[in-house]
Ligand binder design. Structure first.
Ligand SMILES: Nc1ncnc2c1ncn2[C@@H]1O[C@H](COP(=O)(O)OP(=O)(O)O)[C@@H](O)[C@H]1O
Ligand SMILES: [Mg+2]
Length: 238
């Protein structure tokens, strides 16, 4: 299963959510996170890893030699690269790497950079799910709408595989409720004050619920909610 975490905007929480999901999924599954980010990526500094074991060397050499396990984690990662490195890769190189990883791992999570290029498109086309991360602000919402249109037009994305999570929600949602993204919004995460890292307890709790929403494990509705829905249906019939 390949899950790509994407957003046309930086700073919305892609890396945080990809790593939090990896932590949760790796409790019971074999997980690898591929940082498909040349802007440059964050994994090297964030997780204190070797920058030589990056996506370019994984594509052009033996990818197994580029797998690294962050301290204290059960999942593996391949770190991203620097802006000039993108030119040394072709679509097929990244496609092959994703295929190899998905043959070896239960879950391959891809932390994808905002810019679309030849080397980032396979991360969209090879994904079983594409999770769009956005904030409830006007620029994030309108950029996501524009990006979805663009990706669909060029055949870079199967929208049936796409869904969205709204991150850093403060109070009542405004913009997202007024716009039809065209993909389902499966979960919302509040703005977590003093969030220092993806491993934060509250973030991990949300990642668990996000995981359930992503893989279709809807929480059982409360008895009260079911009764109310039942009443509503009876009322509608009458
Ligand atoms: N729900 C949240 N509440 C508060 N801060 C968050 C939340 N999600 C992410 N952040 C913070 O936002 C910043 C950008 O997150 P990051 O995951 O690096 O975004 P991206 O990968 O999309 O650029 C980080 O400092 C991160 O700790
Ligand atoms: Mg990031």
């Amino acid at each position: 299963m390949v899950v790509t975490v994407f957003s046309p905007k930086g700073g919305v929480g892609k890396t945080t959510l990809a790593l939090a999901l990896a932590k949760v999924l790796s409790e019971t599954n074999k997980v690898c996170v591929l940082e498909c980010d040349f802007s440059p990526g964050d994994f090297v500094s964030l997780l204190d890893l070797d920058k030589e074991k990056n996506i370019v060397n994984a594509c052009l050499g033996n990818y197994k030699a580029c797998l690294q396990k962050p301290a204290g984690e059960r999942f593996d990662v391949i770190v991203g690269g620097f802006p000039d490195m993108q030119e040394s890769l072709k679509y097929a190189d990244v496609e092959k790497l994703i295929d190899s990883l998905s043959g070896e791992y239960d879950y391959v999570l891809i932390d994808l950079q905002p810019q679309i290029s030849e080397v980032t498109v396979p991360a969209l086309l090879k994904a079983d799910r594409v999770l769009f991360v956005l904030e409830d602000d006007i620029s994030a919402v309108s950029r996501t709408v524009g990006m979805l249109e663009y990706l669909e037009l060029h055949g870079f994305l199967d929208v049936n595989k796409a869904c969205a999570v709204i991150n850093k929600v403060k109070g009542k949602k405004k913009y997202i409720t007024a716009v039809d993204l065209g993909i389902p919004v499966i979960y919302s995460i509040p703005y977590l004050r003093r969030l220092s890292e993806y491993k934060d307890k509250k973030m991990i709790k949300h990642a668990r619920s996000l995981k359930d929403a992503l893989f279709g494990l809807k929480k059982e509705k409360s008895l009260l909610r079911r009764l109310l829905n039942g009443f509503k249906r009876v009322k509608q019939k009458n």
